[in-house]
Ligand binder design. Structure first.
Ligand code: SF4
Length: 247
């Protein structure tokens, strides 16, 4: 059974107030509710510029956490630098896997072939945990409901892993909303979007997709895996949420 946010008074109150609000209003409320205790987590992927532009407009010094897995496309690493500079973000942090984890579990950088969940764990989940757990009470994701069926029930505010409050300001937005915002603000696209990549993660686990396909269908294509584990509950609730993850 999915986690019932209605049983959480803090999350319930935030959701009641923000569930129909515009993304900028949700972000503003999030930053005000958790001053110096909130971070934006961004993949610097295909649609990341919209949320980052909104965040920079409210507080350019807001911590932005980028999971530098060591397996990104070179284009993503270039885009991360250029976009941060363009938006004036002054506090982007690159979170990397622990050297010991790589040496012990993935010395040839090919764990994704045999155990992608373990690979995501040491390259994404644990690096984020190490920073979020001690430093932040809340975080912001760029997930949208339209991206996949696994995200269709995504709330605007939820209680996440390690009891952190998670804000999803773009949950209600459509692809058309995102495109219109990006165009209105002349936001530079990730260079791979022009080559059929509507969702971009690590290079070994991302493929181009046909027009009109589920935009996350190129992620871990050909396997049962659909999410990287960042949003999979690791404490209560006991059973997995149905809102999926991936940044
Ligand atoms: S997306 Fe693929 S390469 Fe990246 S951490 Fe997960 S399994 Fe490893």
């Amino acid at each position: 059974m999915p986690f019932d946010n209605a049983l959480d008074p803090v999350v319930d109150a935030l959701n009641a107030r923000l569930r129909h609000a515009a993304p900028q209003e949700i972000l503003q409320a999030a930053f005000e509710a958790y001053p110096r205790q909130i971070a934006v987590v961004s993949s610097f992927g295909a649609e990341s510029a919209v949320l980052l532009h909104m965040a920079a407009g409210i507080d350019p010094d807001i911590p932005v956490l980028f999971l530098d897995t060591g397996q990104h496309f070179g284009q993503t690493l270039d885009y991360r630098k250029q976009l941060a500079m363009r938006l004036g973000l002054t506090n982007v942090r690159d979170l990397r896997p622990a050297f010991a984890d790589l040496a012990l579990q993935d010395p040839k950088a090919d764990l994704y072939k045999t155990d992608p969940d373990a690979c995501c764990d040491i390259r994404k989940v644990q690096p984020l945990d190490r920073v979020l757990r001690p430093e932040f009470e809340a975080w912001v994701t760029g997930r949208k409901r339209f991206q996949a069926l696994t995200r269709a029930a995504l709330p605007v505010v939820e209680r996440g892993e390690g009891d952190k409050v998670k804000f999803n300001p773009l949950a209600n937005w459509t692809k058309a909303d995102l495109d219109a915002y990006a165009e209105a603000h002349a936001l530079p696209p990730h260079p791979l979007t022009a080559f059929g990549y509507p969702s971009i993660g690590c290079w070994p686990c991302t493929k181009a997709v046909d027009d009109g396909a589920d935009e996350r269908s190129g992620r871990w294509a050909g396997s049962e895996k659909t999410e990287c584990g960042l949003h999979t509950p690791r404490h209560a609730p006991a059973e997995p949420s149905n809102v999926g993850d991936g940044i």
